[in-house]
Design a binder for this molecule. Structure first.
Ligand code: SLL
Length: 170
């Protein structure tokens, strides 16, 4: 196994969440009536062609990502969620915001250690003033889904030749 010294290669990603307020009807049918939101946290490729399908498309991360582990708040049953194929995401319902640990493990050929990211799950709308006041649900419903996404780059320094070939030939 040969490393290509002095070379760095990166792959762009986005990670974060979307959230929507549950309707009254949904709240009644859920196992827990105190849940207020449905949300999805995800890691996706940011290298997509604009017209390609994001999920399962040619731009998915699975050619170099083996597993994404989302560590949820301990109030969730089985808070550690392992996702081994795309889409690398978890959807849940809940009532509160919290920090999600996202661990990205790479295919063994990479010889790379997992990458750790942290995302603050955002449920409540952004406000112009930045004040942390939580709006009433009817106001939040009118504002539509909440999005909170970060751009990042996964950098591989001195990659193994085989792994480099795999990355560049994809
Ligand atoms: C808070 N520090 O107090 C945060 C914790 C936890 C959110 C938020 C529970 C889901 C379930 C859920 O939404 N937890 O009941 O399984 O705001």
């Amino acid at each position: 196994r040969v490393r290509v010294r002095g070379l760095s290669i990166f792959r762009p990603i986005i990670y974060g969440n979307t959230a929507t307020v549950l309707t009254q009807k949904e709240r009644e049918t859920l196992p827990s009536p105190d849940h207020t939101h449905r949300w999805t946290v995800a890691v996706r490729s940011a290298a997509s062609a604009p017209d390609s399908e994001q999920v399962g498309g040619a731009d998915d991360l699975s050619y170099f990502v083996k597993r994404v582990t989302f560590k949820l708040h301990d109030t969730y049953t089985n808070p550690t969620r392992n996702i081994d194929k795309p889409p690398f995401e978890v959807s849940e319902t809940g009532w509160g915001e919290f920090e999600i640990q996202i661990r990205i493990a790479f295919i063994s050929e990479s010889g790379e250690k997992p990458m750790l990211l942290y995302h603050h799950l955002k449920l409540h709308p952004w406000t112009a003033s930045g004040d942390p006041e939580i709006p009433p649900l009817d106001v939040a419903i009118k504002q539509g889904p909440v999005h909170s996404w970060q751009y990042d780059e996964i950098v591989f320094n001195d990659p193994y030749q085989n792994f480099l070939n795999l990355l560049t030939s994809h």
